[in-house]
Design a protein around this ligand. Structure first.
Ligand code: SF4
Length: 98
């Protein structure tokens, strides 16, 4: 049985997957991973607290990284904006959004 939000959930999951793939083309390690200190630079925006990355910068499947993309997705949807195809566009827009 499908539920009303299911299609949107699929669109969201597909878009997040696409952005992770796109991010991988640019970054070997998470762009929000501070190698020197081990801090996750996204945690404060996404979780409202500071914290260390316990994944050594492997962002594929990272809950914090996924949450960040989810937040961006909600932003695009609520503003009826076109979903970006490139991770770099998300990064630039996130600067103003989050
Ligand atoms: S916790 Fe996730 S988002 Fe944060 S630096 Fe590590 S891989 Fe990146």
């Amino acid at each position: 049985m499908s539920h009303p939000g299911e299609e949107q959930d699929n669109v969201k999951a597909k878009w997040i997957e696409k952005m992770v793939k796109s991010a991988k083309r640019y970054h070997k390690l998470c762009p929000y991973y501070d190698k020197r200190t081990g801090q996750c630079l996204l945690m404060v925006t996404v979780e409202g607290r500071t914290g260390k990355c316990d994944r050594e910068g492997r962002f594929d499947g990272c809950p914090v990284f996924t949450k960040f993309l989810e937040k961006m997705y909600e932003y695009y949807r609520s503003r009826k904006k076109v979903l970006p195809n490139d991770f770099q566009d998300v990064v630039q827009q996130a600067y103003f959004v989050l």
